[in-house]
Design a protein around this ligand. Structure first.
Ligand SMILES: [Fe+2]
Length: 290
């Protein structure tokens, strides 16, 4: 399939991964790059070092001194601002209402890290964040390989539309009242620890179920068509990670920024995962859990 006649927004929304070589936004170099590459995750419970631009805070890193923490915060803020200003020029229709989410620093080697099954990056999946439901917003992610020598290697496979058609019924479509009490109890417990967490919709629950289903589904992991990507040092790439299935196979040292894109700014709103799901299951999937 080719998307060459479509706008960039349409290409992304239909599940294309788009690369940019060299990176179109400024990257850390010299001592700053070396400093970022030295940072370590504070525990295996966290997948990445995380920067929250709304709070200007960094979490999940091993802190040695306040100077180190300040420098890391500053470098992550710079990265966040550079990506935001580039993307706002590239995709202005999204920027008018998007919500910048977290940025992350990835210093672990993907090929050898030990993660529980549902957290593994090397298994094909669509993204769904358990603690940050999108409620119908789309997940746009920008990655850049800051490794000065080695490629970052990914694979991508089928789009949400094809996977929904193939496995949606097995995953279990949302209904008006299915599992409501289970979801309420689960979110009540989560809310005790994260009081600001938003309530999940039927769509968010479905995306979480789909995420876990695909990672443990041998048929999908072993037999779905794959495209292999070798992202060279300094290459950036963009994708809607709720629309194209993907896995990270190998690579160390990357930066990433996520954005929640508002449904009303999409070029092809009817092709969005929540709208596709709604059409197929015949129920509203974006209302609050009843
Ligand atoms: Fe992912």
């Amino acid at each position: 399939m080719t998307f060459t006649k479509n706008s960039l927004e349409e290409r992304l929304e239909l599940g294309e991964l788009v690369t940019f070589t060299p990176s179109p936004f400024r990257l850390p170099t010299g001592d700053d790059l070396a400093f970022l590459m030295q940072q370590q995750l504070s525990s295996t419970a966290h997948k990445n070092i995380s920067y929250n631009p709304a709070e200007h805070s960094v979490s999940s890193f091993v802190q040695h001194s306040s100077e180190q923490a300040d420098r890391l915060r500053t470098l992550m803020r710079d990265f966040s601002q550079h990506v935001q200003s580039w993307l706002a020029t590239l995709l202005p229709r999204y920027a008018q209402a998007w919500q910048p989410d977290r940025a992350s620093l990835r210093t672990a080697e993907e090929a050898t890290r030990k993660l529980r099954m549902t957290a593994r990056n090397d298994l094909l999946h669509f993204d769904a964040f358990p603690s940050r439901p999108t409620r119908g917003y789309r997940i746009l992610r920008c990655y850049v390989n800051i490794n000065p020598i080695d490629d970052r290697v990914w694979t991508t496979s089928e789009t949400f539309a094809r996977v929904l058609d193939k496995y949606g019924e097995q995953v279990g479509f949302p209904t008006h009242d299915s599992n409501t009490w289970v979801r309420k109890i689960g979110q009540g417990i989560l809310g005790l620890f994260q009081p600001n967490v938003l309530e999940r919709t039927g769509y968010d629950d479905f995306m979480l179920r789909l995420h876990h289903f695909l990672k443990t589904n041998e048929d999908f992991q072993e037999r779905s068509p794959r495209r292999l990507w070798h992202f060279k040092p300094g290459t950036a790439w963009l994708l809607f990670s709720d629309t194209i299935s993907h896995a990270e196979l190998r690579g160390q040292y990357a930066l990433e920024h996520s954005f929640f894109v508002a449904p009303e700014t999409l070029a092809l709103p009817e092709e969005s995962p929540p709208m596709q799901l709604e059409r197929l299951c015949g129920a509203s999937v974006l209302s609050n859990a009843a």
